[in-house]
Write a new protein. Structure first.
Ligand code: NDP
Length: 282
């Protein structure tokens, strides 16, 4: 029987790269589904990004992820952008299409997929805490998934105003900006509250977004983008208030599921990937 010693190659370019668990969850999915594919986690400095992308082209990689600090800089080295990556202005996944490398953004799509297990964004009123890279991806994809109204709540006015304008100008949703300079009361009628800030990320696990917790109501859905720890103090407080919750591990897993689909065409099992991350006890 003929052997095939040549796996299809994918991977990640980031700095730092050593703490990024994506390789473990993606290769678990490849193994589980019998895919003759590999995912190579690469430490790439900003000055070397162009050479790394050229290397991926030369070695016929099927695609790769980009993480900090390359999500914006990589665009200059690509041949095209998918619509949502163009609106967000950042790329976390690159796929080969013939000879071309196309930039995609699966962060926000992964968030929406995870959220849809609990609620459909269609027609919903959303409070989005944060206006950084993760919030841009989540805000744009929530809008493209049909959210009616998005209130961006952010500490720095410039980033918050920019994101609200971006959503209003480039998507069917309406968005406004609220300056976050004290305890924020969630407006009545809000359906979904999202923490897309870095507040609560390990090791600062006791930190919580500064909101008026009595304004979280039974029936609201509360989501957190923080993947580590999966059950943040914010989500625990929301559960105590009777809210349904979606965690950042779901976002992380599903952005990977969508990237693997773009590369391989295969729908992999998110549960295998989630369990791999849970077992690693990050
Ligand atoms: P950025 O640095 O781009 O943005 C950070 C955001 O958090 C800004 O809006 C910032 O506000 C806000 N913020 C930080 N500290 C505070 C504070 N003390 N009070 C109020 N606001 C604060 O980071 P990213 O957007 O790239 O990442 C944010 C988080 O999202 C990370 O923790 C990361 O773990 C998570 N993430 C999760 C993913 C997943 O798959 N689960 C994928 C990508 C990211 P300001 O503008 O005022 O500075």
């Amino acid at each position: 029987m003929a052997h095939d010693f040549l796996p299809r190659l994918t991977g990640s370019f980031a700095q730092p790269a050593a703490e990024n668990p994506t390789v473990a969850m993606v290769e678990a999915a490849y193994r589980h589904h019998g895919l003759h594919w590999r995912y190579i986690n690469c430490e790439v400095a900003p000055d070397d990004l162009g050479a790394a992308v050229q290397g991926a082209r030369a070695m016929n990689w099927a695609g790769f992820n980009c993480s900090i600090p390359h999500k914006v800089a990589v665009i200059a080295h690509l041949d095209g952008l998918a619509d949502s990556a163009r609106i967000i202005g950042a790329v976390n996944t690159v796929r080969r299409q013939g000879d071309k490398l196309i930039g995609e953004n699966t962060d926000g799509k992964g968030f929406v997929t995870a959220l849809q297990r609990i609620t459909d964004p269609q027609g919903k009123r959303v409070v989005l805490l944060g206006a950084g890279g993760a919030a841009r991806a989540v805000g744009v994809e929530m809008a493209l998934a049909g959210a009616a109204q998005i209130t961006v709540v952010n500490r720095s006015a410039q980033r918050g105003e920019d994101l609200a304008r971006l959503i209003t100008d480039q998507t069917p949703a309406r968005a406004d900006y609220h300056r976050w300079n004290g305890t924020y009361a969630i407006p009545e009628g809000t359906d979904i509250v999202i923490n897309a800030t870095s507040i609560g990320l390990f090791p600062n696990v006791d930190d919580m977004p500064d909101i008026e917790f009595s304004t979280l109501q039974d029936g609201m859905v509360v989501a957190d983008g923080i993947p580590n720890p999966p059950l943040t103090k914010f989500l625990r407080a929301a559960q105590q208030a009777g809210c349904q919750t979606a965690d950042g591990l779901g976002m992380l897993v599903n952005q990977g599921v969508i990237a693997i689909k773009l590369w391989t065409g295969v729908d992999v099992d998110p549960q295998i990937m989630r369990q791999t991350l849970v077992d690693l006890d990050l």
